[in-house]
Design a binder for this molecule. Structure first.
Ligand code: FES
Ligand SMILES: [Fe+2]
Length: 331
């Protein structure tokens, strides 16, 4: 999944020290130069292969820890301390630089060849009046596909998160699946409040719930719950693939819950971590079980809602011409 923007780190994590990050098996160093701009380079000095993340930020660039060569945010060498020649002679020395965009508190890196295309996605309702959010960051021992599939998988909630998220009794719900070139979405048409701890907290007055699950390339998932204009929740995860078996997940949890407002977070944040931990565990177990039994094989059943569509999109198929489809599952 090259040629996409991925989150490398959160803005607040990028201070005076460079950060080592691996995305799609490529070792990167992310740093903030003295003018405040974030930059990303390959984490390997062109001189003798030292990791630049061992170095120090110095003015406009990053100084290697071995012989002190200084690399600017564009990957150009701008100082060789032991050289008697002028900087014009070593300006031809380069390390690979990655396009960077910093917005909404995240540092995004373009992982692709050539010029970056488009912009990173926006997190919805960011800092809008009445809305609040927090961010969770977790490493999953598993492929990004397994993570996105899990985040949009309703039936697992009754098992992995039993009692917490969904109760013992499942009800039949109708879903409508729609899709486009690089996304697929399932809307749950007649979902009722879940008889669980989360259900009772989120939806205290038994209103009708509009629930939508959405996947978007490369590895973005979004779950919306809307009861009224003033009571809405959005759980949006951006998965950064570290390697074939590791994924770093940044989850943006936004909510509007009037009249309580941000107080709600005191209850929901600890609960969200419990749920996330359960998913981290199940994905780790799944990954280890696949490794133990050989190549991964899948059965796609109608209960898997949009998992097959996600797989198709990741395999490069467009879903723009797929007609909307209705089916029923127990949730
Ligand atoms: S290895 Fe980086 S300056 Fe020599
Ligand atoms: Fe889960």
């Amino acid at each position: 999944m090259n040629n996409y923007w991925y989150i490398a780190c959160r803005s607040g994590q990028l201070k005076s020290k460079p950060l080592a990050r691996t995305i799609l098996d490529e070792a990167l160093v992310v740093f903030r130069s003295s003018d405040g701009n974030a930059a990303a380079l390959i984490d390997r000095c062109a001189h003798r292969n030292m990791a630049l993340s061992r170095g120090k930020v110095d003015g406009c660039g990053l100084r290697c820890s071995y012989h002190g060569w200084l690399w600017d945010g564009d990957g150009k060498c701008v100082d060789i301390p032991a050289s008697c020649q002028g900087c014009e002679t070593y300006a031809k020395l380069k390390v690979r630089a990655y396009p960077v965009i910093e917005k909404q508190g995240f540092v995004w890196v373009w992982m692709g060849a050539g010029e970056a295309k488009g912009e990173p996605i926006d997190f919805p309702n960011f800092d809008e009046p009445g809305w609040h959010h927090w961010v969770m960051e977790r490493d999953f021992e598993g492929a990004a596909f397994h993570c996105v599939e899990n985040f949009l998988d309703v039936p697992h909630t009754a098992h992995v998160h039993r009692g917490l998220f969904r109760g013992d009794e499942s009800k039949e719900v109708e879903i409508e699946v729609t899709s486009g070139q690089d996304w697929i979405s399932a809307q749950f048409l007649n979902e009722e409040r879940m008889e669980s701890l989360i259900g009772r907290l989120m939806f205290p007055d038994d209103g009708k719930i509009i629930h939508t699950d959405r996947f978007q390339l490369p590895y973005v998932t979004r779950v919306d719950y809307r009861i009224t204009e003033k009571r809405q929740y959005i759980v949006m995860s951006q998965c950064t693939p570290v390697s074939a078996e590791r994924t770093r997940v940044y989850t943006y949890m936004a909510y509007r819950f009037e009249p309580l407002g941000r107080l709600v977070r005191w209850v929901f944040e600890p609960l969200s971590h419990v749920i996330l931990n359960q998913d981290v565990t199940i994905i780790r177990e799944q990954t280890r079980d696949i490794a133990r039994t050989g190549e991964a094989r899948f059965v796609y059943w109608e209960t898997d809602a949009i998992a097959k569509g996600i797989r198709d999109l990741l395999d490069g198929k467009s879903l723009a011409d797929r007609p909307p489809e209705r089916r029923k599952i127990k949730a």
